[in-house]
Ligand binder design. Structure first.
Ligand code: GDP
Length: 322
């Protein structure tokens, strides 16, 4: 690819593009007429990415390679979705989580800042942060002012990147950090509890499985609809100034509520007998209740969640039944 000497206003760069959010974000940006470049790990499937997305294979932790690629592309918008994406995986590899979710995110901010500096042009950086930065929060619902108290390696690494997004904003880079609460869709991998539930419930309803084995069912999470959350990312990138934004529905449900709603939607009434708890699936520590107040995003970005809890569960169950 030939080097570009100015940031292309219509060019976007997405890291972690092979995940649920990457696919929805790429669809959103392509529909907007953007030229979308996507970074995925070598060998990773990016099945849900739309036609026209330019794929680049590489590892975000290879800072020199990623920086050279960005210098070549000069994107106007950079979305950092790459992460050890699940809390459970981060417990297994806390050092890798620190490197990917923390250090590599900061290196990408530095790359964005270097491009903005060298070209004198506006580069917009969106960091995908997480409600896990609040851990066991001092207040509920949480806002952008709630103190950070992560409880696990995932939350701690995301907290570092979130704080550094603020540092780069002070330094003059248009940087936003989106504190995303759990957001779900039929594209969620089954290592996440919601899709594990809907895929297993569908299998039980169709006689292909006999039990749903879970960990902590009392945990309460604020579950939203993933495409709404990528819409918030784009709104943040295009707002006049960068900022921190809680992106959430404002309502929390327990894992058990999700199970009940999924069985109900699949038409299974006597469902309790199918559910078993396995202590091996309990985490060393697990936030009890995460619920976000997205007032700032509503007011400043004119953003709002569009799909209620029962509808999210229903759409996921329907897809798994089909
Ligand atoms: P994450 O914690 O944001 O990565 O999202 P998950 O979907 O993995 O977990 C959400 C909540 O579900 C956490 O409180 C988990 O402890 C709880 N949970 C209960 N059983 C399970 C399970 O079998 N798998 C997963 N992944 N989470 C579970």
């Amino acid at each position: 690819m030939s080097p570009h000497t100015s940031t292309d206003r219509r060019r976007a760069f997405i890291t972690g593009a092979s995940g649920q959010d990457g696919s929805y974000l790429a669809e959103h940006l392509v529909a907007d007429g953007m030229e979308v470049h996507a970074l995925t790990l070598s060998g990773e499937r990016a099945a849900d990415l739309p036609d026209g997305v330019v794929l680049h294979h590489g590892d975000l932790t290879d800072v020199a390679a990623t920086r050279a690629l960005l210098r070549d592309l000069h994107p106007r918008e950079i979305y950092n979705l790459a992460a050890i994406s699940s809390v459970a995986l981060a417990w297994e590899q806390p050092d890798l989580c620190a490197e990917v979710n923390g250090l590599a995110a900061v290196a990408l901010m530095e790359s964005a800042w270097l491009i903005a500096e060298s070209t004198g042009q506006d580069v917009r950086f969106v960091q995908c942060s997480s409600a896990e930065i609040f851990g066991e929060p001092s207040e509920s619902p949480q806002t952008e002012e709630t103190p950070l108290r992560p409880l696990n390696p995932y939350g701690a690494a995301k907290a570092y990147a979130h704080l550094m997004a603020g540092v780069y904003r002070s330094r003059g880079l248009h940087t936003s950090s989106l504190v995303l609460y759990n957001h779900e869709s039929p594209r969620r991998p089954t290592r996440f509890v919601t899709r594990k539930i809907t895929s297993t419930v569908a299998a039980i309803a169709q006689g292909r499985a006999t039990e749903l084995v879970l960990g902590n069912q009392e945990a309460r999470r604020d579950f939203g609809w993933a495409p709404d959350y990528v819409d918030a990312m784009v709104r943040a990138a295009r707002h006049d100034v960068g900022g921190d934004y809680v992106i959430a529905t404002g309502t929390s449900h327990s894992v058990r509520d999700f199970v009940a709603a999924a069985f109900s939607h699949a038409g299974v009434t006597d469902w309790e007998r199918f559910v078993r708890t396995d202590p091996a699936l309990l985490r060393p520590t697990d936030p009890t209740d995460l619920r976000g107040d997205a007032s700032r995003a509503r007011v400043v970005l004119d953003w709002e969640p569009t799909v209620p809890f029962d509808e999210i569960v229903g759409r996921m169950v329907d897809t798994d039944l089909a």
